[in-house]
Design a protein around this ligand. Structure first.
Ligand code: CUA
Length: 315
């Protein structure tokens, strides 16, 4: 009868876990605040001026009491910390097998591209019960991708690539917000996440007959002459790209890095940030030359090179 939502629906695998921490913190705060408040009122009444009470037994020391007020709150606080740390790590560590969707924030809209090439603005269609990873960047200022019903939120930064993952557990339509003030129309930078059954999602995707992200990326790769250096030959000027995705790469300065989307994107726009061991730093930057959409398509293509080699080696 009274439909006033105190907090959003819990529609992802992580949402109930975040809520459990939230309500535990509310309960702990309530217990301690009420305990203190009730004792203040009780003592204020009982020991007020003129009350006939014994004031001689002044307590100056009580070791068990002092130890308990040190160690009980300490245990509670550390317990909440450890619990939150586990959930925080899971929010930030996507599973290996995700559906990857690319998101670009710009004043003032969200542009989304699916691997099949399907594009959408201010809408994000995803299948239920499937881990989805968003790879995000901004074309102008800092935005923040926020889906309250999934309890996830992450900054979207110009010149950097951030990721966010979730697994939806309910079909339906949920709010999508920009949660970082980004200029005049920030408050209107909103949209919807539409969670669909797996089959409905596939039907929805097939309604769009554009070029897949992989194919579009391959076109850019060829047009820009990337293969003249990244030819895959042993004496090529640049490292081979087939089979690289997901592998650990040794760098010239002795560090290692896992070749994920963010690393590949960084290597295209800032080639000198991480030089692969054994190769000269000769690659020019493509920052501002290839659009953000194009960069995401290139990554989808470079990633697909590794899928094929994996298939070939396992056959
Ligand atoms: Cu984009 Cu606020």
């Amino acid at each position: 009868m009274w439909d006033f939502p105190f907090y959003p629906e819990a529609a992802s695998t992580i949402a109930p876990r975040v809520d459990a921490i939230y309500w535990t913190l509310v309960a702990l705060s309530a217990v301690f605040s009420l305990g203190v408040a009730i004792l203040i009122v009780f003592f204020a009444i009982r020991y007020r001026e003129g009350m006939d009470v014994n004031r001689t037994k002044l307590l100056t020391e009580n070791m068990p009491l002092e130890l308990s007020w040190v160690f009980i709150p300490l245990g509670l606080a550390l317990g909440v910390f450890a619990w939150s740390a586990v959930v925080f790590a899971d929010i930030n560590r996507p599973p290996a097998d995700t559906l990857n969707i690319y998101v670009i924030g710009k004043q003032w809209m969200w542009q989304v591209q699916h691997p099949s090439g399907a594009l959408e603005i201010n809408h994000l269609h995803v299948p239920i019960n499937q881990p989805v990873k968003l790879i995000m960047t901004s074309q102008d200022v800092i935005h923040d991708f926020y889906i309250p019903a999934f309890r996830i939120k992450h900054d979207v930064l110009p010149g950097r690539y951030t990721t966010l993952w979730f697994e939806a557990t309910q079909t339906g339509q949920f709010h999508l917000f920009c949660a970082e003030y980004c200029g005049t129309d920030h408050s209107r930078m909103v949209g919807s996440v539409i969670v669909m059954e797996q089959l409905d999602y596939e039907t929805w995707l097939s309604g769009d007959s554009g070029l897949s992200m992989e194919a579009a990326g391959q076109q850019i790769f060829e047009r820009r002459g990337c293969s003249s250096c990244h030819s895959g030959d042993p004496d090529a000027r640049g490292p081979a790209l087939a089979g690289v995705f997901g592998q650990t790469v040794a760098l010239e300065d002795g560090r290692t890095v896992v070749a994920d989307e963010a690393y590949i994107l960084e290597s295209i726009v800032q080639p000198n940030a991480k030089i692969v061991a054994g190769y000269p730093a000769i690659m020019p930057t493509y920052e501002g030359i290839i659009s953000d959409e194009g960069l995401f398509q290139l990554v989808a293509y470079i990633k697909s090179l590794s899928d094929e080699t994996n298939q070939q080696s396992s056959n």
